[in-house]
Write a protein that binds this ligand. Sequence first.
Ligand SMILES: Cc1ncc(COP(=O)(O)O)c(C=O)c1O
Length: 386
Amino acid sequence: MHEEHHLETAFQRCGEEALFPFGAVAPPIFQTSLFEAETLRDRYDHGGSQRFHYSRASNPTLELAEKKLAVLEGTERALCFSSGMGAISSAILTFLSAGDHVICVETVYPPTRELLANWLQRYGITVDFVSGEHLDEFERARKPNTRMVYLESPSSIYFRLQDLGAVAEWARQYGLMTLCDNSWATPLFQNPHALEIDLVLHSASKYLAGHSDLVAGVVAGRAEHLEAIAKTRELLGSTLEPFGAWLLIRGLRTLPLRIERAQRQGLIVAQWLAERPEVAQVNHPGLPTHPQHELAKRQLRGYGSLFSFETYPITAEQAYAFTDALTLFRFGPSWGGYESLLLGWQQGEPDEQGRSPWLFRIYIGLEHPEDLLRDLARAVPHLGAV
Ligand SMILES: Cc1ncc(COP(=O)(O)O)c(C=O)c1O
């Protein structure tokens, strides 16, 4: 009898039901570019019978990672790519043609925005951006040639949400394809496909791989869609290579532990910052002060530990004094690994005293939260009134 397992068990066991060669417990890496046929006759007469041919198309290590990701997202199939942008661009390019129109959320990951707004213009594809917070914006942006709706919930700088089920239902009545970047929540905290979103996208470089040592991407969805995207991936060559797939499998083994801990300490730090007089606003969907907190509670089962906060008007010198005083935060893009990170941007033009609000994006990693708070407590006073 087939036993039903919890998700945490099911995705780890998936693909590992059979013994690996020699009883190895960790999966082997099939670090091979090609797969031979037993005979040439085999290859040509029974072309379809050979499972693997060339690792740009697929590879057993890659397939194992993909099986686990499909279980995690609750989809028929998943595909892995050499980056999140590889996944996003392949998914978009598979379903758009010259003359098509896309509706996209304005707070989307900037390179995705650049791809849709600038790069695809060369192919006669147009895009309109909406805040994504109200369903009627989508209706107003819709045109006779609209083909696709691109979502990212929550978005990764301002942490705005879209009501995924409502947008999917609206899109379905016009036959529009829906895509959602789910990197922030991970499949453990949100499954857009269960809310009828067609394609779920991930930068696996973040929480999924989880150790700041891999760039990878994922698309998950229905088999029919994924078959078409696999063809694009093979043609454009953005397949994840076997060692990358192995690192991803290794990272996934601790995903439930890492994401639980990250969510807990992310909330601790967000709440602490929200109470500081130097901080004007914290953008974290898990805080009751977030304008979409009710939607967040309904749609998410947990929270990522990446969020942002805004200051009152300060000088650039104050912003740098704050970051100079931090000892446990690295200053860099990306997120999802062990180490806590920070990035900051001046908001708008400075006033005559050279002051303007700043937005800091903060990623809470796996250091002890008391150490992180002590570090922040030393630095945050620099952001206060002088
Ligand atoms: C929300 C989001 N989506 C997609 C990407 C792109 O992923 P990658 O860097 O793996 O190409 C990123 C990367 O920073 C991201 O933050």
